[in-house]
Write a protein that binds this ligand. Structure first.
Ligand code: DUC
Ligand code: ZN
Ligand code: ZN
Length: 488
C-alpha cells in the first residue's frame, strides 16, 4: 500500500510567509506530510519548474444571485465554480442575498439548494442584509453566524438595498456581539442620485457617464461614515471594492489608528480605466460597475495601495451580466446608464492577472501573491482552520502554477457563461495548470475533472481581530458612562 493518495513532488512551494522546495503528501483529502523527499503514492504529480501554491479563495463574487430588481446573474453555481477553478481557485464565497420581506432562513435554504448540487469546488456564503427587522437582527442573524455564515454585506446605496445609519448601527452591533464581520458597499446614495439625475436630464445617458455619476467623493464620504459608525461600536468591518486613492487613504489611516477595518480592491480598478468606456453604441455598458472605473492615475494608486498592504483582500467582484436583454440591456436596447445592470465578469482572470502583472513583473512577491490569492481571506473570513495555506493538517487545496505558460486573454477561452471579458487581448504570463481540491484533481490539461456537486459547504469560524486594538466609544463604555449597558 502506498504512503499517500497523492504526492506532488519537486515543486517550489510558497505560502504567504515562506518559500521552499519540498514534496507534498496527501491522504484522505488532507496535507499530511511536507518534506524534501516523501515515499510512495498512488499518484505522483511532477511539479518540477512549477510553483505549488494554496488554491485561491475567491471571496467576493455574485453567482446565481438575483439583483434587487430581479435580474439573475448569467453564471449559476456550475459555470461560476468551473470558471473559478480554471482560474486557480478551490473555494468561492458568493453572496446569499436577502431582498426586502424575505427571511434569512428562506434565503439560505435557496442558496444552499443552488450551490450543493452544482458547485465543483468548496463554497461558503456571505449574507446580504437589506431588511434588518427585529427578527432578522436578534434571532436569524445569530443563528446564521452559529451555522458558519460569519460575514454579511450591507449597502449604503441602491434604492432597494440601502440601509440607513441607524440600521447600520443595529447590524454592526449584532455582528460585534456574535463575532461576525460586516462588509460594506460604501458609496453616498444622494450624491450618486444627484449626479445621475443631472447627467440624464442634460442628455448624457450613454454608458461612459456612469463613471461620472459615482464620484470619488461619494466613495470617500461613505467610507468615512462607515468607519465612524463601526468605530463608535468597535465593530470589525471590511470596505469592499475600493476604487479610489482617497478611499484607500481613509482605510489606511483608520488601520493606523487601530480601527478594526479591512480593505478590498478588485482587478478592474487596477487593469481597466474609464477611458475604455468611451465606445460606440452601448458597448461601454460592458464596463459599467459600481464603484466605477476611474482614470489611469487611479489605477497606479490602487496598485500602490495593494503593494503597501492597505488592501488585504483582492477579489474579482465577479457580477456577470451578458450584453443582451438578459443582462446589461434588460431595460431595453439603449437605456440610460442608471438602468444598465452593474457588474463585470472576472472570476477566472483574477489570479492570472495578479500573477502576471504583479508577481512576474516584480510589483509584488510570490508570498504576497499567495496572501492575496488565499491566505488573507482564509484568516479574515474564518476559514484558516482548513484552507489558505500549504500546511500539514489542512485541506489539500492546491494550485500548481506554470510560470512558462503565456496566454492572450479571450472570452472564448473563459469558462463562465459570458460572451465577453473586460480583459480581452491582454497577454498574461503564468497559468494555474493543475488545480486540486481536497486531494482530487479538479482541472488538468485544460480539462475539468471534477463533477457537479463535488464542492462542499465550508462553515466558517467567527472573526478573529487579534492584533487590531480598537476601543468602544467612551459613551458606550460601562466604566466611563455611569455603568449603562448598551448590550454590546
Ligand atoms: N457593484 C456591486 O455593488 N455589486 C455587483 C456588481 C457591481 O458593480
Ligand atoms: Zn458592492
Ligand atoms: Zn459585489
Amino acid at each position: 500500500m502506498s504512503d499517500f493518495d497523492l504526492k506532488i513532488s519537486g515543486g517550489t512551494v510558497a505560502n504567504s510567509a515562506e518559500t521552499f522546495n519540498a514534496d507534498i503528501g496527501v491522504k484522505d483529502g488532507k496535507i499530511i506530510a511536507i518534506a524534501k523527499s516523501l515515499g510512495s503514492a498512488d499518484r505522483v504529480i511532477d511539479a518540477g519548474g512549477k510553483y505549488v501554491l494554496p488554491g485561491g479563495i475567491e471571496a467576493h463574487c455574485h453567482i446565481e444571485q438575483e439583483s434587487s430588481s430581479g435580474l439573475m446573474t448569467s453564471d449559476d453555481y456550475y459555470s461560476g465554480s468551473v470558471s473559478a477553478a480554471f482560474g486557480g481557485n478551490t473555494c468561492i464565497v458568493p453572496f446569499a442575498a436577502q431582498h426586502r420581506g424575505q427571511s434569512l432562513a428562506e434565503v439560505l435554504e435557496t442558496y444552499h439548494g443552488r450551490a450543493a448540487p452544482k458547485s465543483v469546488i468548496d463554497y461558503s456564503f456571505h449574507l446580504i442584509i437589506s431588511d434588518p427587522t427585529d427578527d432578522v437582527l436578534h434571532r436569524e442573524l445569530p443563528k446564521a453566524i452559529a451555522d458558519g455564515i460569519t460575514s454579511f454585506k450591507i449597502y449604503m446605496t441602491y434604492d432597494r438595498l440601502i440601509v440607513d445609519d441607524g440600521q447600520m448601527l443595529d447590524i454592526l452591533a449584532v455582528a460585534k456581539k456574535n463575532g461576525a464581520l460586516t462588509m460594506i458597499h460604501a458609496e453616498n446614495h444622494a450624491m450618486i442620485k444627484w449626479m445621475s439625475d443631472k447627467l440624464v436630464d442634460g442628455g448624457h445617458g450613454a454608458p461612459k457617464y456612469h463613471a461620472l455619476s459615482h464620484p470619488r467623493t461619494a466613495e470617500s464620504e461613505a467610507i468615512n461614515r462607515a468607519i465612524s459608525l463601526a468605530g463608535f461600536l468597535d465593530a470589525p468591518i471590511l470596505i469592499v471594492h475600493v476604487s479610489s486613492e482617497a478611499g484607500a487613504r481613509i482605510i489606511a489611516k483608520a488601520r493606523y489608528d487601530g480601527r478594526k477595518v479591512f480593505g478590498e480592491t478588485c482587478p478592474q480598478y487596477m487593469f481597466l480605466n474609464m477611458e475604455q468606456m468611451d465606445l460606440p453604441g452601448m458597448h461601454g455598458a460592458k464596463l459599467c460597475c459600481s464603484p466605477p472605473l476611474r482614470d489611469r492615475a487611479s489605477q497606479e494608486e490602487i496598485w500602490r495601495c495593494l503593494q503597501n498592504g492597505t488592501f488585504q483582500v483582492y477579489s474579482s467582484d465577479h457580477a456577470p451580466y451578458r450584453f443582451d436583454g438578459t443582462g446589461k440591456l434588460h431595460a431595453g436596447p439603449e437605456p440610460d446608464f442608471p438602468k444598465i445592470a452593474n457588474g463585470l465578469p472576472g472570476i477566472e482572470m483574477r489570479l492570472p492577472l495578479l500573477f502576471s502583472e504583479g508577481f512576474v513583473k516584480g510589483r509584488i512577491s510570490l508570498n504576497h501573491f499567495v496572501a492575496l490569492a488565499a491566505t488573507n481571506v482564509s484568516k479574515i473570513y474564518g476559514m484558516d482552520h482548513c484552507k489558505g495555506s500549504i500546511t500539514e493538517g489542512k485541506d489539500a487545496d492546491i494550485a500548481i502554477w506554470d510560470p512558462q505558460v503565456t496566454r492572450v486573454v479571450t472570452a472564448a477561452d473563459m469558462h463562465d457563461n459570458m460572451e465577453y471579458t473586460p480583459y480581452e487581448g491582454m497577454e498574461v504570463t503564468g497559468w494555474p495548470t493543475i488545480v486540486i481540491q481536497r486531494g482530487t484533481v479538479v482541472v488538468e490539461n485544460n480539462e475539468l475533472k471534477a463533477g457537479r456537486g463535488d464542492g462542499a459547504f465550508v462553515p466558517r469560524k467567527t472573526i478573529d481581530c487579534t492584533g487590531m486594538p480598537g476601543r468602544l466609544a467612551p459613551e458606550l463604555n460601562p466604566s466611563l458612562n455611569f455603568g449603562v449597558d448598551f448590550g454590546l
